[in-house]
Each structure stands twice: as C-alpha cells, then as structure tokens.
Design a protein. Structure first.
Length: 726
C-alpha cells in the first residue's frame, strides 16, 4: 500500500480509541472493586444487588477483552464527494468518547454494513471505504477505495469474475504465517460473506463453500452478529457451535472472544450426545448402518421390547396372605402404561402404581373373605394395627395409600416390576441389546436385514470394567436417552436446547446425527456449513436436501454458496480440482484469487531411504515457511510410525493438528490451514476407496502456500499425469 497522507492523523485517532477502551475497562474494574469492598452483611436485597453488580462488571470486562487484536481496522465516509462527509471508524467493539460520541462503531451495527457490502455499482451512500494494514496493533498503511462518482470497484463476484473489497488488506491477511489457531476475518469480510453473516435468524441456512472460502469463519462471525442483533433472546437461549472434533474446537475457540463474544458454547457431536469421549473404532459398514435413519425405529422398538408382561403368575406376600398377580393383569398394566405419554422410565411409576393398586385390591378381598370365615369384622395387619372392614371392600383412602406404599416397598413386588418394566440407562439398554442377538433380532424385525442385524452383534467382554463406545454408538445412546428419560424418581428433566445452532463440516453428518442436532434446536434456527466435495463419511457425497432432511422444518431451508477461494493457491486448486472431477465431473470447485509461484511438487522415493528423505523434506519446509505451520498428512494407521521417524530425526512433531509441525490424518486436517502441506501415502489416506479421492482433495487444499507429495507409486495417476505434463 502506498504512503497515505492521513497516516499520522489516523494513528492518533486509533491511539485515542485504544485509550478510551482502556478507560472503559478501568471503570468496570473500579465499579466491581467498590461492590466487592462493601461489607458482606446487610439486607438480602443489598446482597443481591451487590452480586448483580459484580456479575455485570465481570460480563462487561469479558466483553471488552479483545486480546492482542487491534480495536479498529477501517472506516467509511458517507455523504456527497464535494459536500459534507460523515466518517465512521469500524472496529470490533463500540467505543464512545467522554461525551458519548462514537469513536468506533461495532462492525455488526447497521451503519457498518456498507463497509462490507458497498460496491461501485451500489455504493450504499459511501464515498470512500478505508482499510487499515496493521502490524500487531500498529497502523502501518492505509488502503482507500473510492465509490459513488469516483472510479472504484464494480461489484463483488459475478459469475467467474471476482472483484474484491480492500484487496490489499485481504492479500496481506492471506499471506500472513499461520499460528495454529484460526484468526477472525472481521477486517476483510467480503460482500458475499457478509450477506450470509447478516442473514435472518429464523430458519435453516446452509452455507456450501469449497476449500478456502472462509465458510467456518463466516459461520463464527454469524454467531457474533446474531448475538449482537438478538442479544436479549440469544443470551437467554444460547448459541451452540458443533465442531467435527476436539482439535478443530481448539482451533476455532479464539475467534469469538476476539469479536467480544464469550457466551457461545463449542462442543463436538459426541460432546453434544452427552456420554463422554468415544474410544471404540468401527468399520465403515457399522458406521453406515448405525448412522442410518432406520436406527431411530430400531432403538424405539428395543425400548418397547423391554416393556413386557409376565408369562407366569407371581405371588406377592401381604401379611398372612399371598396375593397372586396373573399374567393378564400385568399385560393390562403394561398396555395402560404404553398408552401414556412420556419416556420409558417416567411411565414406570404409573405401571408400578397400577400394579400396586391391583395387589391391594386383591389383598383386601382375601382379607375380607378371611374375616367372614373367622366370623369377625377385623383382621390384624402385619404391624399389629387393625383395619376395619368397610362395606364394598373399599377402605379409607389414607389407609389404602399406606397399603400401596407397603406393597411398593416389597422386594418381591419390585422384582416383578423390574421384570415387566425395568429402569434403564441408555448404556444398559444398548449394551444388553448389542451383546444378545435374540434382542437384536426382536428389535430389528421388519426394520433391518439379517446381515445388518449380525453386523450390530458384538460379544460382551466379561473382563472389561465398562463398555467402550464408538462415535456412532454415542449418537444412538442419545437417541435411547430420548425414549428412556431420567432414571431418577424426580420429574423428567428436559435437556437444554439452543436458540441458534451452527454445525461445521455438516456434509459428513449421518442421518442419525442430523436428527440428534435438530432435537437441540428450539425453533429450527440453524446454520450448517460444509462442502459436499469434501464429504469423507461412509455416506459419501449427498445433496444438501438429503443431509438436512432428518432435521425439523427441513423443507424450507436456504442455500448460500461461497464461490471464491481466498486460501488455496491456484497452482494447488488446478491439480486438486482435476482430481475430484475424475469421480464427480459435475462438482464445481471455487475460484482461487491468488498464485504463489510455488508449483505442486512430487518427491519420488526410488533408491533413497524413505525415512531420511521424509526428514529432509519436512525440515526444509519448516525452515521455508518459518514462523508458519507445516502439516504432514498421512494415513491414520501410520501416524505413530511417522511421528517416531521425525522424532528420531530431531524434529519436534506433534499428533495435534494445531501444532507448528503436525503429523495428522486427512480427517483431522478438515477445516484447518497450514503454510505448507506434505502428503505421504496418498492412496491410503482414507478407506473405503469410495471416499479416498475426497480425503485426498481435503488434504491437498489445506495449504496456503506450498504442497508436496512424498511417494513410492502411491499417488493417483491423475495427479502424476498433471504434474509431469507441466
């Protein structure tokens, strides 16, 4: 960017805004300290008011904390080119001076919208848009765009023509070394991205975006925008971000705090399911079956199968009598309980009460008959009290309740109820189900094929202290919890649901996972982001209509498509795009906006030792992109060997995708970006073969700068042909 005559003045203005922000923080701290220093006694109202003040101050301090990010990153001028001009500085937070005049406008405010949306064709009242080039918090340069009557941008992307807002600031951000954590894009949001960010809260919005289009960042900025715009509603209801894995959750966890929002909850699918982290691996066939929507009916049937009457009569001791409960009586109680609403464990209380009442009624009949035989009007009860016979064999209500309570405490009665309608946890239900093939066959009849039923069966290991679960199992456990409810005697507690849910890598949601996510939405307000070309789940590439269909109100979702690749160089996309089009010729890949001059490189291992060549290549890449990041993407089953080889060569490699030098699988690399990517074992990155090309496409498009293949005839021919032709 050329030297701008306003540089010194803007530096002074930004310094003033920073000082004012610090004053706001200091004021919040002082208010909190005053509240905390007051005596701890006082009236209940005084104590409550003090607690409210402290909570508000803590929330305010959290909101004002933007870390090491610059407060202001640009500005806009409204007005006539030759007349009066109204200038606004745009930043992460709203900051006002001592007289409450705005120094900085929050980027989410309506007045700031033209900063992202204005074009030469539609200036939206702007005469100038200004972008700041910032080194840490220091203003280094200014980039101005003139709109309206001046020559300037002609509009954002139209078809294959891409025209950018603030290209200097954008390219500076794109070429900056990666740090292992996602950075916000608030200063470089483009018009198409802003349209998605500011879309209405209601409904399901699907963001289809290829590699490097910024879809994840857009979704996170949308969360910040919605919280700003619908603060009263969403602070109460909550916003949830569902990440594909824990590494990715760590990778994005600083984006929202840098935008002044800390109340968003980030968790993985298994975290949302609520049964801890998974340990068990599963075959592709198992994952596909357990993710099939038919499993919802299978689990529901498995619960109903545990609600069954006895086949034989059961005797319950009552004082001097034995009361016989007949099979038909248990069948009537089960039938009545099944007709009631509520989950399985909650309805057990109704069944228990109905059976206890039947036992008491039969006991009273027996007791009355005994009284007639003894020619007396009363009989001793078990505790020596006397129960007076009442005409019609209907005892006083209080006495009947006491008898029912005594019945329900009986071990024989509880054993009977447990056989008829057991209290079940999701873990107990599925553990019993999957380890007993007759139970699988009973639940799966008319739902699953015989081969599918056998695929679900697994022998219980009696030596293990607890059952290990897979990712697909966790979602089935959540489905079971829906039908079973709480095991406690208290009323059924509903789980928390959210005012807005954002799902990343949504193209890999199984139907059962999509169904689960939909249950946690209060009003079907969701943003789903992904790329169908990067689908690596056992379900492969599917249209968005199929992916979204298990969710509520899925018949009216809206699709936004991001077409511009800001991250991946054109040299890489030429090869990666040709690869994915081999299997899916109709898929469109995004348009890359930059070249690096670094061609995709093949290192063929012929006579040289593979481990030594790997170490040489990786060491050279680390030095080449320093202080940036390098990823060595390898088959999952070979990660440990690669880590050991690099460690022996003296390289500090990590199995974590957010490390400076990471050894990871293609699945772990999803959504991440690195300055350099080295791919080894390209033909084996992911099985089955039906998703292998997508996995390789994912791996190739993680780079912002350099891409290398290390291979021994294990690179797809299409890539070798493309690179050798060049």
């Amino acid at each position: 960017m050329p030297q701008n005559p306003d540089l010194a003045a803007e530096r002074r203005y930004l310094a003033k805004a920073d000082e004012r922000l610090e004053t706001m923080r200091r004021s919040a701290r002082e208010t909190m300290e005053i509240a905390l220093s007051t005596p701890r006694g006082g009236t209940p109202q005084a104590r409550a008011e003090r607690d409210v003040i402290v909570r508000q101050c803590l929330a305010r301090l959290e909101q004002l904390e933007i870390g090491d990010q610059a407060l202001t990153f640009g500005g806009i001028d409204y007005g006539e080119p030759l007349g009066s001009v109204c200038t606004y500085h745009i930043g992460r937070l709203a900051v006002a001076d001592e007289n409450m005049e705005p120094l900085v406008v929050d980027w989410r405010a309506p007045v700031a919208e033209p900063f992202y949306r204005a074009t030469g064709k539609e200036p939206m009242g702007l005469t100038r848009r200004r972008h700041f080039a910032l080194g840490h918090k220091t203003l280094e340069a200014i980039e101005d765009e003139y709109l309206g009557v001046f020559e300037g941008p002609k509009g954002h992307d139209s078809g294959d023509e891409v025209i950018l807002a603030g290209p200097g600031a954008l390219f500076a951000a794109m070429t900056r070394p990666r740090s292992g954590r996602m950075a916000d894009i608030v200063s470089t949001i483009q018009g198409q991205q802003d349209e998605i960010i500011r879309a209405p809260l209601a409904g399901i919005h699907v963001v289809q975006g290829g590699p490097g289009t910024g879809k994840t960042a857009v979704a996170l900025h949308r969360a910040a925008y919605l919280l700003y715009t619908h603060r009263m509603r969403l602070e109460r209801q909550g916003v949830l971000v569902v990440a594909p894995n824990r590494t990715f959750a760590r990778y994005i966890d600083q984006v929202l705090p840098s935008l002044g929002e800390t109340g968003v909850q980030i968790m993985t699918l298994t975290g949302l399911a609520g049964f801890g982290e998974v340990e068990l691996s599963e075959s592709v066939g198992e994952a596909r079956l357990k993710g099939d929507l038919r499993m919802a009916a299978f689990v529901a049937k498995a619960v109903r199968d545990r609600e069954r009457p006895t086949r034989r009569s059961v005797d319950i001791p009552m004082g001097a009598f034995l009361v016989t409960v007949l099979p038909q009586e248990t069948a009537d109680a089960v039938s009545a309980a099944k007709r009631r609403s509520g989950p399985h464990n909650t309805r057990r209380r109704f069944l228990e009460s109905a059976l206890a009442q039947k036992v008491v009624e039969k006991y009273l009949v027996k007791k009355d008959q005994g009284s007639r035989d003894a020619n007396t009007s009363s009989l001793p009860t078990g505790d020596g009290q006397v129960v007076t016979k009442i005409e019609g064999f209907d005892p006083a209500r209080a006495e009947k309740r006491e008898l029912m309570a005594r019945v329900r405490q009986s071990l024989e009665f509880q054993s009977l109820v447990e056989r008829i309608w057991p209290i079940l946890t999701p873990q107990a239900l599925l553990d019993d189900l999957f380890s007993h093939f007759p139970l699988i066959r009973l639940a799966g009849k008319g739902i699953l094929t015989e081969d599918e039923m056998r695929l679900l069966f697994r022998r219980r290991d009696s030596n293990e202290g607890r059952t290990a679960w897979s990712k697909s199992d966790a979602i089935l456990l959540n489905e079971a919890k829906l039908h079973l409810g709480s095991c406690s005697s208290k009323a059924h507690e509903e789980e928390r649901r959210y005012g807005h849910i954002i799902v990343d890598e949504a193209q890999d949601l199984s139907p059962m996972a999509a169904r689960m996510v939909g249950r946690y939405s209060l009003s079907s307000s969701m943003t789903l982001v992904g790329d169908i070309a990067q689908a690596t789940s056992p379900f492969g590439i599917r249209p968005w209509t199929e992916i979204v269909s298990p969710m509520p109100k899925s018949d009216s979702f809206e699709i936004f498509e991001l077409r511009v690749n800001y991250r991946t160089p054109q040299e890489v996309m030429d090869v990666a795009g040709a690869l994915v089009r081999v299997a899916f010729p109709d898929l469109r890949t995004p348009i890359s906006i930059r070249r690096t001059g670094n061609p995709v490189t093949l290192f063929r291992v012929i006579n040289e030792d593979f481990t030594k060549l790997l170490a040489k290549v990786v060491e050279a890449e680390v030095e080449m992109v320093f202080p940036g990041t390098v990823a060595v993407i390898v088959p999952e089953q070979e990660k440990a060997d690669y880590l050991e080889d690099l460690s022996k060569a003296g390289l500090d490699a990590s199995p974590l995708a957010d490390a400076k030098l990471a050894v990871i699988s293609a699945q772990e690399a999803k959504g991440m970006e690195f300055d350099s990517v080295v791919i080894s074992g390209a033909d084996h990155l992911l099985y089955p073969r039906s998703t292998n090309l997508q996995a390789l496409f994912v791996a190739m498009t993680r780079t912002t700068n350099r891409l290398l293949f290390l291979h021994n005839k294990d690179v797809p021919d299409v890539i070798v042909d493309l690179l050798t032709q060049k």
